[in-house]
Design a protein around this ligand. Structure first.
Ligand SMILES: [Zn+2]
Length: 228
C-alpha cells in the first residue's frame, strides 16, 4: 500500500512485527514503513503526521548527499564533466606519462597498458582536481569580492556525504572533488552556500534570506544538484 502525503509517497508494508518502523533510504529519499497487521490505516496516518517533520528532515539529508556510483574506468563508460556527459576512452601508451584530455565528446585517458582500474580512477581524479581548482579559484575570489568577505582558505577532497563544508572560525572551506562532475551553476551554489556559512553557521531563516539575496535562484540550483 502507498500513502501519498503532500508530494511524498510512503510505501507501507504489513509485517509480522510489533510496533511500526519508519525509514528513509538513499539515494532517492524513498520512505518505507513496516506496520503490524493489527494497526489500522487511521493509526498509520496519524503516525506519519506525527513523524512528518522527521521524514522531511531525513529526506533533506539523504537527498543532499552526493551519489557514488561504482565505475570501472574503462572505454565506453559515461563520465560527467561540469554537467556535460562524455564517453571515456582509455588509450594505451607504451612510453611517457599518463594524460587526460577532452576531445569532442570524449574524455581520453592515456596510460600504460598495465594500469589498474584503481590507478585509472586516480589519474582521472587528479585531472578533475586540476580542472575544479581552476574553476573554484576564480569563483571563490569573485564571490569574496562581491559579498565583501576577507580571504578564506579552501581545499578539495573526495567526500561521500557532502558537497562542501565550512569551518567559519578558521575561515576554511572544503569542497567535494565530485563537484567537477556537476554543472557550474551547481558548483556556484555550493560555493555561495559555504561562503554564507561564514556569516551564518546554521541553515535557519537568516541563512536562507542571505542566500536569496546573494543567489536568488539558489533553490533551483540545489534541486538540480539533488537530481544528479
Ligand atoms: Zn550548509
Amino acid at each position: 500500500m502507498t500513502i501519498r502525503i503532500e508530494d511524498i509517497d510512503v510505501e507501507v508494508e504489513r509485517k509480522m512485527i510489533r510496533g511500526m518502523r519508519l525509514a528513509v533510504y538513499p539515494p532517492d529519499g524513498r520512505v518505507r514503513m513496516s506496520v503490524p497487521f493489527y494497526i489500522s490505516e487511521r493509526e498509520v496516518q496519524d503516525f506519519l503526521v506525527q513523524k512528518w517533520q522527521w521524514i522531511c528532515r531525513s529526506r533533506e539529508k539523504v537527498l543532499a548527499r552526493p551519489r557514488n556510483k561504482s565505475r570501472e574506468y574503462v572505454s565506453g563508460e559515461q563520465h560527467l564533466f561540469f554537467g556535460k556527459r562524455y564517453t571515456l576512452q582509455v588509450e594505451s601508451v607504451s612510453s611517457g606519462t599518463h594524460e587526460v584530455a577532452i576531445e569532442g565528446d570524449q574524455i581520453i585517458l592515456r596510460c600504460r597498458p598495465q594500469t589498474t582500474a584503481e590507478r585509472r580512477e586516480a589519474i582521472l581524479y587528479e585531472w578533475y582536481r586540476a580542472q575544479l581548482h581552476l574553476v573554484l579559484e576564480q569563483m571563490v575570489n569573485e564571490w569574496l569580492v562581491r559579498i565583501g568577505e576577507a580571504p578564506v582558505e579552501w581545499s578539495t577532497r573526495r567526500m561521500k556525504s557532502e558537497w562542501g563544508s565550512c569551518i567559519a572560525r578558521k575561515r576554511k572551506l572544503l569542497f567535494n572533488l565530485e563537484l567537477a562532475r556537476v554543472p557550474r551553476e551547481c558548483v556556484e551554489y555550493v560555493v555561495v552556500h559555504e561562503l554564507t556559512h561564514l556569516a551564518v553557521q546554521n541553515h535557519g531563516p537568516a541563512f536562507k534570506a542571505l542566500m536569496t539575496e546573494r543567489l536568488p535562484d539558489w533553490k533551483e540550483r540545489r534541486k538540480q544538484l539533488r537530481l544528479l
